[in-house]
Design a protein around this ligand. Structure first.
Ligand SMILES: [Zn+2]
Length: 87
């Protein structure tokens, strides 16, 4: 999944969940400052963090993310999205 396709998926996911993107691409400095993983997909604009107007149950969020080819990780303050790469 390229950056353009990822962006389209995040937009579709955000519309479906009333979500707002609070973090997308990051410099290494910024990523380090916010405690991101050293190899974070945020460094390549292939990760986005989303918050919701009204909380979305994790199972529902995971289902919708999967429909758009995204992998969802629920964090304490947001949901993290990145391409769902099959290994
Ligand atoms: Zn993230």
């Amino acid at each position: 999944m390229g950056v353009g396709e990822f962006a389209q998926a995040v937009i579709a996911y955000s519309y479906a969940t009333n979500g707002s993107v609070t973090s997308w691409g990051r410099t290494a400095k910024r990523n380090s400052a916010v405690g991101g993983h050293p190899n974070s997909w945020h460094l390549n604009f292939l990760a986005a963090d989303v918050v919701y107007d009204v909380s979305v149950p994790e199972e529902r969020a995971r289902f919708l993310a999967g429909r758009h080819g995204l992998r969802l990780v629920r964090e304490a303050t947001h949901d993290h999205l990145q391409p769902d790469v099959k290994s």
